[in-house]
Write a protein that binds this ligand. Sequence first.
Ligand SMILES: [Zn+2]
Length: 135
Amino acid sequence: MKIPYEVWECMVSHLAGELPGEGCGVLVGQGSTIRYHALKNLSGDEAHFRVSPQEWVSLLHALERANERLLAVVHSHPSSPPEPSREDREGFLYPDACLLIVSLTNPAMPEARMYTKKGPSFEKRPFEILPPELI
Ligand SMILES: [Zn+2]
């Protein structure tokens, strides 16, 4: 997956804005166009995220209407490495999408890893952040 720099920045600034809690959102796209859509984390807890089922359903409907695909489910780890927790593994319900975890242990240098679900395990998947377009 190739993530345009602007989309990456928009995602990271949303996730950093949710500190000290976890932030969550999705990367959606159509063809090579990708955008970030922020979701509201209902969990007051610092180590979990929970999106309301209504928000998921309306998001999925909106994607269908716009002919967009769910590319990745994104959340941050405020103070741990970008590795899926047990809960992340068990709660991942969208095998066609990737799981993108952004560690904000050092918010100035976010560390992100993308995974795909292969059966019961998660495999790392390379991704690229495209440099900002030169004007
Ligand atoms: Zn997690």
